[in-house]
Design a protein. Structure first.
Length: 359
């Protein structure tokens, strides 16, 4: 039945939903954009300030973080994504060796979704047992095919979507679940309600004509044509002169449909979507909190989800990309840590208090 259908297996449905509905794009993209807001800081004692500037510039020119963000977005949308390592080596079946890299070497990171990667042989079982697959030992050295190109496992950095229960995990071939899996029903209800509102608006004003001997006129082709002409002329006069003309014995009424209770239902549906997605309405719909609440508590909950659900998941990939770029630029990989900017943005009054305290 429909209850057993997994949205995560519907590649076309997910792709079209992302392309057509801004709400879907927001829930997929916004947490990732927020996670990388302000950039990523590399903390190390083995590189000086000039080296770090060169590293940041090099990664920015090659759009490394854009590729990382895109792979995480595809993982959220489709339940799985990957960052592929492309070099000038013609043989992609061979292991990737960062020590062969030079500053002028061709090195590019490509974002891919789970459907662009075909799993081969025993790799499905290996991947099902590991959430993040990054150069781990496997019985199959070439577990992926990117379109028609086989890829060595060392050239693929995988990011899984939300982990699924074991029975579902087998159907997903070891990949994770789409973020839309848990909230598609609420989003569908919201979209259907919007369509109903538009239909009601279209039919909100109905003209009712009471024409003498209407049924008798319909009995003949000439009479039917005259009635159609009469109503068409009436509509033309209304749109042109905002007037209606009729026989003295005819009658005309206009009925107006009342819209009551729709706003309450609309708000409830928005709350349901926010609850199922895990994002406050202020982020999802761009609406500020009403009443006495500042909405800060809901934003804090959202920030916690971004920290644990996006930043922590991306950290291994970010570390790997920085390591490869350091090897390329400086011929060694320093000991380093990465720091994200705080998610909470202080208000003007709070920031002034912090600045005063520091001073």
């Amino acid at each position: 039945g429909a209850g057993n259908f997994l949205m995560s297996l519907d590649r076309i449905g997910l792709a079209l939903g992302y392309a057509k509905y801004g709400l879907v794009q927001t829930l997929v993209d916004m947490p990732v954009e927020d996670a990388f807001r302000g950039g990523v800081e590399v903390v190390t004692d083995e590189l000086d300030e000039e080296d770090l500037k060169e590293l940041y510039r090099f990664m920015e020119e090659n759009k490394d973080y854009e590729a990382i963000k895109e792979s995480e977005m595809w993982a959220r949308l489709f339940g799985g994504g990957a960052l592929l390592i492309e070099t000038d080596e013609t043989e992609t079946l061979q292991p990737f060796d960062p020590k062969k890299l030079k500053p002028d070497s061709i090195l590019r990171f490509i974002a891919a979704d789970r459907w662009e990667l075909i799993l081969t042989g025993s790799s499905i079982l290996d991947i099902a047992q590991s959430g993040f697959h990054l150069r781990t030992e496997s019985r199959n050295d070439v577990p992926y095919i990117y379109y028609t190109q086989p890829l060595h496992r060392s050239r693929v950095m995988r990011i899984n979507g939300k982990k699924a229960p074991s029975w579902i995990r087998q159907r997903l071939q070891g990949w994770g679940m789409s973020e839309l899996e848990r909230c598609m029903r609420d989003i569908t209800s919201f979209i259907k309600f919007q369509n109903v509102i538009f239909e009601l608006i279209d039919e909100a004003k109905i003209d009712v004509f009471k024409i003498q001997q209407f049924n008798d006129a319909l009995a003949t082709a000439q009479g039917t044509a005259l009635i159609q002409k009469r109503i068409a002329l009436n509509a033309a006069l209304k749109s042109y002169k905002n007037a209606t003309v009729m026989d003295a014995e005819d009658d005309y009424q206009q009925k107006q449909i009342a819209f009551s209770g729709l706003a309450d239902i609309y708000q409830e549906l928005r709350m349901n979507i926010s609850a199922s997605i895990g994002m406050p309405e202020a982020k999802l719909f761009g609406q500020s909190s009403s009443g006495f609440s500042s909405g800060q508590d809901t934003i804090e909950n959202y920030n916690a989800l971004v920290e644990s659900g996006v930043r922590e998941k991306c950290k291994p990939v970010i570390r790997e990309v920085i390591s490869v770029r350091c090897q390329q630029l400086f011929a060694f990989v320093p000991e380093f840590d990465i720091k994200f900017r705080p998610l909470r943005v202080l208000g003007a009054v709070e920031q002034e208090a912090v600045d005063t305290s520091k001073q």
